[in-house]
Ligand binder design. Structure first.
Ligand code: FAD
Length: 432
């Protein structure tokens, strides 16, 4: 317990692993603490891995990381109760030497990442929960206490990579706990099928993969989305909505998932499968405006703990890894210059983040969470679009001009000019 580390990293998810790995490979003495039985045991993700973020940390990750399928086709579905209206993009270009996106399963993936962190020289303690931060007389964070023996462990810097709830930071008064309208609750199941069945159902060869993102009446008017991702021998399916929306409704996450699985467009994709895993987890979705203070005397926040999720693009783990890497690079820079880990010096972390795609993207969508507090986006429009598509595609003796008029009228009749304008402006403001 008297040992002092250069850095303590709280949490062994993608943000903590990225940070610990980057620090350890550059020779720093790193202690990483993880409350789970093993890294990944507590973690849930869809999961799509964005190669670019990991490649910047471990360039050769493809050699031994447990990857499922590389994604060659992206489907976006807008759903009502009986239909979906989809945009699909599939390209042979995605069958490249170094694919851009993969599906993964978090438990084996996190274990692999953690092994790499350990090989890089970091000391990793699992089944160890950080209970509080230790401060000196000047209020500088100088270490942590854990549930092991309560003794203080010291370090020049503590990196909070503790995930969405941010409890350690909140307990220390560095931040507040995320509000229910900035956090989604998602549930997910793994449906096992023979790989040939998955490949036949999704028109795939070898390790090619398809991912489906969907929105519409599946969330019963609440702000949320569903997903279905192909792995080698199973399909991950899940759905999530804002916690504030669940609180104000009589819907349950599991009820939504059951209904999603029964949707006529989804059911045949899962037919005959065996469900082996069920999980629930929160996703920070407050965006730019919900980002807490990210640095202070002796501490930094990375990953989900900092609300780093780009919900509309379904990106989280890559923001986690990137913020973890940038935090480590900031620490390494200060170490090289023998500069103390003060708030003033650690402000460089925020400056680096501001220059990266992480902050640029979150800033671009800063008004989107507000725009999504509009139940018509999840009910009225999917229904109108489905009806419009049917009117258009049915050949029934009605002339095309009359069909166009009927479609336009259905939109104006349902939302009126004022409603339509408000919805379009709201989305445009969110998208800017
Ligand atoms: P986490 O992965 O949550 O890791 C935090 C770690 O800290 C955990 O291991 C936890 O056990 C540990 N911990 C917490 N408190 C303590 C403590 N006091 N002491 C010690 N250890 C502690 N992102 C994508 O990029 N692609 C996707 O397809 C995708 N799909 C998703 C689907 C679902 C259903 C969910 C829930 C999320 C999804 N995300 C996705 C988001 C992604 O999972 C997160 O952004 C990412 O896991 C954040 O990484 P992290 O390291 O910051 O936090």
């Amino acid at each position: 317990a008297d040992e002092k580390f250069d850095a303590i990293v709280v949490g062994a998810g993608p943000s903590g692993n990225a940070c610990a790995y980057t620090l350890a490979t550059r020779g720093l003495k790193v202690l990483q603490l993880e409350r789970g039985e093993y890294p990944g045991s507590k973690n849930v993700q869809g999961a799509i891995l964005y190669a670019d973020a990991l490649e910047k940390i471990i360039p050769d990750f493809r050699e031994d990381a447990p990857l499922e399928r590389h994604i060659i086709e992206q489907r976006l579905w807008m759903m009502d109760d009986k239909s979906y209206c989809g945009a699909h993009y599939r390209s042979e270009d995605f069958n490249e030497d170094k694919p851009n996106r993969y599906t993964i399963i978090r438990a084996p993936f996190d274990k692999w990442f953690s092994r790499r962190v350990s090989e890089a020289g970091a000391l990793i303690l699992c089944e160890t929960t950080v209970t509080e931060l230790v401060r000196d007389a000047h209020d500088k964070v100088i270490g942590v206490r854990t549930d092991r023996d309560g003794a203080a462990i010291y370090a020049d810097i503590v990196v909070l990579a503790e995930g969405v709830s941010g409890l350690v930071g909140a307990r220390a008064g560095l931040r507040s706990i995320p509000k229910p309208d900035t956090v989604a609750l998602a549930v997910k199941e793994m449906h096992f099928l023979p790989r040939e069945t998955i490949e036949a159902r999704f028109n795939l060869q070898g390790d090619e993969g398809v991912v489906i993102e969907s929105a519409g009446t599946i969330t019963k008017g609440m702000a949320g989305t569903g997903f279905l991702y192909t792995n080698k021998e199973c399909i991950s399916i899940g759905i999530g909505c804002l916690i504030s929306d669940f609180t104000n409704s009589d819907q349950t996450p599991y009820g939504l998932l059951e209904a999603f699985k029964q949707h006529p467009s989804v059911k045949p994709l899962l037919a005959g499968s065996e469900v082996k895993e069920y999980a629930a987890h929160m996703i920070p979705e407050g965006g730019y405006k919900a980002i807490p203070q990210l640095f202070g005397n002796g501490w930094l926040i990375v990953g989900d703990a900092g609300q780093f999720v780009n919900a509309i693009h379904r990106e989280g783990s890559n923001l986690a890894m990137t913020t973890g890497r940038i935090a480590a690079e900031t620490i390494l820079d200060l170490k090289t210059r023998n500069a103390p880990m003060t708030a003033n010096n650690l402000a460089a972390y925020k400056t680096r983040l501001d220059e990266s795609f992480v902050m640029k993207d979150l800033k671009k969508y800063k008004n989107l969470p507000n725009a999504f507090h509009n139940k018509h986006l999840f009910t009225t429009y999917p229904q109108l679009i489905s009806k419009a598509a049917q009117t258009w595609f049915r050949v029934d003796g009605v002339d095309k001009k009359a069909k166009e008029n009927e479609i336009l009228k259905s939109f104006f009749r349902t939302r009126r000019v004022k409603g339509l304008l408000g919805d379009v402006l709201g989305m445009a403001r969110g998208w800017r």
